[in-house]
Design a protein around this ligand. Structure first.
Ligand SMILES: [Zn+2]
Length: 336
């Protein structure tokens, strides 16, 4: 059995990469009123109810110009494969506190919550993708995850890592080019492994990260892949480092982008051949606060007693726990 559908792995985007090098076609798509442009500001995207708010490119240009800015970054995301609509993500200028006064840049007939002119409908919230992933449609989830991942990468790449000269976005936002050397800098994603560890009795190991803010919040183990390391070796190394156990039968389950800021989580399950005695665990001091084996019944009871909170429903960690449990019926006292 593979993992169920993961909230941030859903998408209807056809990335249509061939258009990235056609600047005339990109310009025409930007100006087309049917194009969906997702504004991004401060790592957040606009949401009204359960739907992302998208605007026309010229509308966003007008808003930005009214705040003394050009649309600093445009990323061509591709075509929605269901509707055929062209999609972009683009930067929206942050209004300063003084912008709560009318500025004459009214490009929408709806006013913002503070009575300020705005370019999105009244009631729109600027939200973190992490908080709303499970509420979005597949089309909106795909749009939002690609947008946030790309904006996070651009945010790290304003200067060339080779010569420190400024860089500029090109090829529909999929490359940054060094303005001194012409060197092309490509988007990157950091691979991390995340894995269930199951003992000979079928019990699941759950652990609390030492940095977790809530003492009940648990998860499966995870860690970054090191350079030159195969994924399966990273799983065995992380389990050994974090809880002192040697595991085998490392089996791939599925993957999910996690652009906070720029990771790809690759999910596995691994088998511990022993019968999971608590005294066998050797916890990594600075990483793991506590770890414990749970049968399905023990986990249900621990949740009912409010001793354990499961990871967020938007995370692959939750999908991996559901995979072990057999379905997605587990609910947690603090659950979103
Ligand atoms: Zn350079």
């Amino acid at each position: 059995m593979a993992l169920g559908e993961l909230p941030l792995s859903r998408s209807t985007l056809d990335r249509n990469a061939a258009l990235r090098s056609d600047s005339a076609a990109l310009l025409a798509a930007w100006g087309d009123p049917s194009t969906r442009v997702l504004p991004v500001r401060g790592g957040r995207v606009p949401l009204l109810g359960t739907q992302l708010v998208t605007v026309a490119g010229p509308t966003l240009d007008t808003w930005n110009a009214g705040h003394g800015a050009s649309t600093a970054l445009k990323v061509y995301l591709g075509l929605d494969s269901q509707s055929g609509t062209q999609c972009f993500a683009a930067s929206a200028a942050e209004p300063l506190p003084s912008d709560n006064q009318p500025t004459g840049v009214e490009v929408s007939d709806a006013a913002g919550p503070a009575g300020s002119p705005t370019f999105v409908p009244e009631g729109t919230e600027w939200v973190s993708l992490r908080d709303v992933a499970t509420r979005l449609s597949a089309a909106d989830a795909g749009l939002a995850v690609a947008s946030i991942a790309m904006f996070n990468w651009h945010g790290t790449m304003n200067y060339c890592h080779h010569c420190a000269a400024p860089t500029e976005a090109t090829l529909g936002g999929w490359v940054r080019r060094c303005t001194r050397e012409g060197r092309e800098l490509f988007p990157r994603t950091d691979s991390a492994v995340i894995m269930s560890v199951v003992d000979a009795q079928g019990r699941l190991l759950l652990a609390q990260n030492a940095a977790a803010p809530d003492p009940q919040r648990v998860s499966v183990l995870a860690g970054f892949v090191e350079p030159g390391e195969p994924l399966e070796a990273a799983v065995r190394r992380e389990v050994l480092e974090e809880i002192g156990l040697a595991v085998d039968d490392v089996t791939y389950l599925g993957s999910q982008p996690w652009p906070f800021p720029m990771s790809l989580m690759v999910g596995f399950t691994a088998r511990y051949g022993g019968d999971g005695k608590a005294e066998e665990l050797v916890l990594q001091d600075d990483e793991i606060a506590w770890a414990e084996w749970f049968s399905k019944e023990e986990l249900v009871r621990a949740i009912e007693e409010n001793r354990v909170w499961l990871p967020s429903k938007s995370s692959i960690a939750r999908g991996i726990i559901n995979h072990w449990y057999g379905d997605d019926s587990l609910t947690s006292p603090v659950d979103h």
